[in-house]
Design a protein around this ligand. Structure first.
Ligand code: WTA
Length: 650
């Protein structure tokens, strides 16, 4: 952490947007209309939170019936637009299908093998309606949970929208997660049905998703049906009476379906994310607040215009995809590109080929991807004409200035500003982010989005400047999570206990003399692997669930490409012999328990792990020793000699 801070402290470059560019932005247009002259004025005026968000709602939301109050804040619970009837699908789909965007493309999708599908807003609307009617026909009702386990194919947004349309709550599980991870989430939310596909393409091979789904739902009596989209056409195991082909279910359905008029504060979805302890947390979002936050941020941060071609290259299985592949672009009537496969299939220039082919004008991706492309070399980029790009985005982890500059130079050709957006599954949308009018400092997410209020606190809750501290959000924002599914105490404990009425993000940050935020990474025991959050404890439990493992401690080691890579220290059961084969077995076991993304890069066998007197494994001590740092005082350990067991691995 300290080294990272040093590097960032030395970063003094500032990149200013051109005057012409600033003048044409959505945010500047709005400022002119409201007599707001400067960026600082905008940030200040927007601190009249209810006024600001109400103004935003006039641009982005169409309610079925009026609200009573813009916001109701009873810490730690917030409500937005109380009393109104609303459904996000009206704004994302219905109004476009009947309006001027009817024939505009909503999605241009490319499969890994090169097959292409395009959906206009009207076509997407009809597909969603047919699936919505299909779901109703099998008994799915408002308030029911539906699991969605699909790869990056159009069926995924269609499934989400169909659920939201009828007021069912979707729980999307990333298709890279294992059967076990799906099972755990489906049981937690008591899903009634799950939507999946036969398989999908990844690096030229097919991934058998239906088979994994079957394993996951074998012992989930609440799941009555599995709906299977046909993607690869491969033969799949079939459970008569339970499994339904998507195309057969939809064949008989009408392509009109009335959108359920929800309460503005009804839940739209649950999305599971990693925490420091125990099972993943089911983060809850609701219709109107979420809809407002994602549409306002997308319009202002990415300056979306009618003729833009937008590509958020994340996976819909994570919050980035929920917000900025599915709901926000559709609300703004944008054309999005979606791609099924791996970035280096068939060659490391697949992305640049896609940008050139569809004239993508805005690309939104993660520092991990950027660093991976850096490692492939510029030659792959230079083969393509990327002149359609006008703005770039980054999300998921701190972007190191070196990667920032590479992205700026080689992808943006020094003419695209980079929007380094900080946010979380829990925040729903960007919270600390530049606008296209902001002067940029590489590595900093700059300032809060208008209407959002943030600070950096020390342990006693005092604001600190120019030193590391806890990043907090000071008051509610529209996309603020509404709780954790079936876990109100955990909600309170995780986010609201340390500083009452202030939201604890779990990130460490520094606020500089210009009011710029520099997010340094997680403060807690959550790993950031390729921009995705994986709890240390999740990987440890996966290891310990193997019959030969007695105990495990997992740490993150800084990785040039992925941000962090996973290193595990494992104590085996008595009598079990250490071997490379066993390492391989454990590696695969974690893959099966959680997903490939969570497999440790290295596994070390140890005779003992350093523990406190109460028996808690001291990850911090293990990490310091392994990374060659000062271990500090070990006198509180029950077994200080165990520290010697930990090898320094850097
Ligand atoms: C990290 C992803 C630095 C941070 C949208 C946060 C970032 C966690 C940035 C949330 C950024 C996300 N700069 N760090 N621009 N964006 N993070 O829930 O640690 O998957 O708490 O949401 O990612 O990850 P999540």
């Amino acid at each position: 952490m300290a080294e990272k801070l040093d590097v960032l402290l030395k970063e003094k470059r500032v990149f200013k947007p051109s005057k012409n560019f600033v003048e044409q932005t959505n945010v500047k247009e709005w400022m002119n209309k409201h007599g707001i002259k400067t960026y600082d004025d905008l940030l200040e005026k927007s601190q009249d939170t209810e006024w600001f968000w109400e103004e935003m709602s006039k641009i982005f939301l169409e309610f079925y019936s009026p609200y009573k109050k813009v916001m109701e804040w009873k810490p730690p619970y917030v409500k937005w637009f109380t009393g109104a009837k609303y459904n996000i699908v009206h704004d994302a789909l219905d109004k476009h299908a009947k309006g001027k965007n009817k024939s505009k493309l909503a999605y241009i999708w490319e499969g890994e093998p090169g097959d292409v599908e395009k959906y206009t807003y009207e076509e997407l609307y009809h597909e969603v309606n047919r699936l919505a009617n299909g779901l109703k026909s099998i008994g799915i009702k408002k308030g029911d949970h539906v699991g969605i386990y699909l790869p990056m194919i159009p069926a995924l947004p269609i499934a989400m929208l169909a659920c939201a349309k009828i007021g069912a709550i979707h729980a999307v599980v990333f298709s890279g997660f294992s059967a076990h991870a799906l099972h755990e989430r489906m049981v937690d939310c008591s899903a009634k049905a799950v939507i999946t596909c036969d398989g999908f393409y990844r690096r030229g091979k097919t991934v058998p998703l239906k088979k994994q789904t079957d394993e996951a739902v074998a012992n989930t009596p609440k799941i009555k049906n599995t709906i299977v989209f046909k993607r690869t056409g491969e033969t799949v195991p079939w459970n008569a009476g339970k499994d339904l082909w998507w195309h057969e279910l939809l064949e008989k359905q009408d392509d009109e379906c009335e959108t359920e008029k929800m309460d503005a504060n009804d839940t739209i979805f649950v999305l599971y994310t990693s925490g420091t302890t125990g099972a993943p947390k089911g983060v809850l979002h609701s219709h109107a607040g979420y809809a407002l936050g994602i549409s306002a941020t997308m319009s202002w941060v990415f300056d979306i215009k009618d003729d833009d071609v937008w590509w958020c290259a994340a996976d819909v299985g994570w919050i980035t995809g929920h917000s900025y592949i599915v709901y926000a672009p559709l609300m703004l009537g944008t054309t999005s590109v979606m791609y099924e496969g791996a970035p280096d299939t068939p060659k490391p220039d697949r992305w640049w080929e896609i940008i050139e082919k569809y004239k993508v004008s805005i690309l939104y991706t993660s520092p991990t991807s950027i660093r991976m492309f850096m490692s492939f070399g510029e030659d792959w980029v230079e083969k393509h004409n990327l002149s359609s790009l006008r703005l770039l985005g980054s999300v998921g982890e701190p972007i190191n200035p070196e990667a920032w500059i590479w992205y700026y130079k080689h992808i943006g050709n020094k003419k695209c500003q980079i929007m380094d957006t900080w946010w979380q599954t829990e925040t729903g949308h960007h919270c600390i982010t530049p606008l296209p009018i902001t002067d940029l400092k590489p590595g900093s997410g700059t300032k809060p989005f208008p209407g959002v209020s943030a600070d950096v606190f020390d342990d006693s809750g005092k604001p600190v400047k120019n030193a590391g501290g806890s990043l907090v959000l000071l008051k509610p924002w529209p996309g603020m999570l509404r709780g954790l599914y079936k876990a109100p105490e955990r909600f309170q404990e995780t986010y609201w206990k340390k500083y009452p009425k202030r939201y604890l993000t779990g990130d460490m940050a520094r606020l500089d003399e210009d009011g710029y935020f520099w997010v340094q990474g997680r403060a807690d025991d959550v790993l950031s692997i390729a921009g995705h959050r994986i709890g240390n404890s999740e990987v440890e439990s996966a290891l310990v669930s193997h019959p030969k493992v007695a105990e495990a401690a997992v740490i993150g080691r800084p990785s040039e490409i992925k941000g962090e890579s996973i290193v595990a220290f494992v104590r085996l059961m008595k009598g079990v012999e250490e071997s490379d084969d066993l390492k391989k077995e454990l590696f695969n076991h974690v893959g099966e328990e959680i997903g490939k993304i969570a497999r440790p890069e290295e596994i070390w066998f140890v005779k003992d792990l350093p523990k406190t007197r109460s028996g808690k494994i001291m990850r911090r001590v293990i990490k310091s020793k392994a990374l060659g740092k000062e271990v500090g005082d070990t006198s509180t350990l029950a077994n200080p000699e165990a520290v010697d067991e930990i090898k320094t691995i850097v």
